[in-house]
Design a protein around this ligand. Sequence first.
Ligand SMILES: Nc1nc2c(ncn2[C@@H]2O[C@H](COP(=O)(O)OP(=O)(O)OP(=O)(O)O)[C@@H](O)[C@H]2O)c(=O)[nH]1
Ligand SMILES: [Mg+2]
Length: 349
Amino acid sequence: MDRVLRTTHTSRLSLSQYADGIFAGDRSVLAKAITLIESTHRGDSAMAAEILEICGDQTADSITIGVTGVPGAGKSSLIDVLGRHVITTCQEKVAVLAIDPSSRLTGGSILADKARMPFLAASQMAFIRPSPSGVGLGGIGPRTREVILICKAAGFRTVFIETVGIGQSETSVRDMVDFLLLVAIAGAGDELQGIKRGVMEVADMIAVNKADSSNVREAEKARAVAEIALHYFPPSASGWTPLACVCSACTGLGIGEIWSQITKHHGMLRQNGFLAQLRREQGLAWFHESIDRSLKQMFVSAEAVQKRLADIEKEVVAGQTTPLAAARQLLLLYDSDRQRRAKKRESLL
Ligand SMILES: Nc1nc2c(ncn2[C@@H]2O[C@H](COP(=O)(O)OP(=O)(O)OP(=O)(O)O)[C@@H](O)[C@H]2O)c(=O)[nH]1
Ligand SMILES: [Mg+2]
């Protein structure tokens, strides 16, 4: 029997409406399901868990590609042309998720992201979804893994994940994707300066973008620098040798090459068993993340914590207490509240 959750939100569907819509590849249902999964409303979590359960793990023949790089390097523009390549040459549907750890996502930048992906924004074969950082009270992280899973269930087997800003996001994205593409640009002399060594070390390919008009030679130089840098890193456990290329989202230069490297990498990892191992490791990381998130959710939604959290945050900011003492105080408060509730329940039995 269909169950409709009564929440404060509008436009919630029944479980079978969500499931049928997702499996039919209905993008509007997919968008609603993602909203539900990203919701921090307590009433939504049971339905979200059921949807995810039904979607199962459709990872077998899917590819997830992380795209990272300095702001303005051309990540969105490249995803647009790569996505077009996938749609037109492979007749495969493409999903694009943007992760924003810095809460940059406002209505304006969502529109900006879509404006940078004109082909995909207009294509019936594509689905673009910005994923907000979700950092609210207590900082529950984004549900990117879950969103990837339901995109795959909806038949979007090629999933691009654009990370915004260089920093923490691309190392966590490395944990979720099969292939990590680092988009670089030729700068004024210090080509890859803005890119932390750590990011280069985990990238499967470096694409020096904007290799067009008067910038071709600079881009080629930056590619050579990147290639030399790549030689200094230890070989990856998968047996893949990362490489650097030049490309242009404007002229289409290098796009076919990037896609063929992505599929080559996928084929190789599939054949040598590393893809299966990667998925197992990703599953384990997901398991731990899920526990972390659930515990934190329980903690921040506990009444005793909610009552005290805002004040204690202010005390930390004002230097009236140390962060460690404040955290300990809140955890003790949570624990004693939980024990009190348990005793009350026992006495009622
Ligand atoms: N000449 C040239 N310009 C490009 C190319 N790719 C992107 N651009 C331009 O570079 C600017 C930034 O492009 P985006 O695709 O938004 O870059 P991004 O890395 O996604 O930017 P953020 O998401 O803001 O970090 C835009 O003005 C693009 O038109 C390219 O290959 N050649
Ligand atoms: Mg972008």
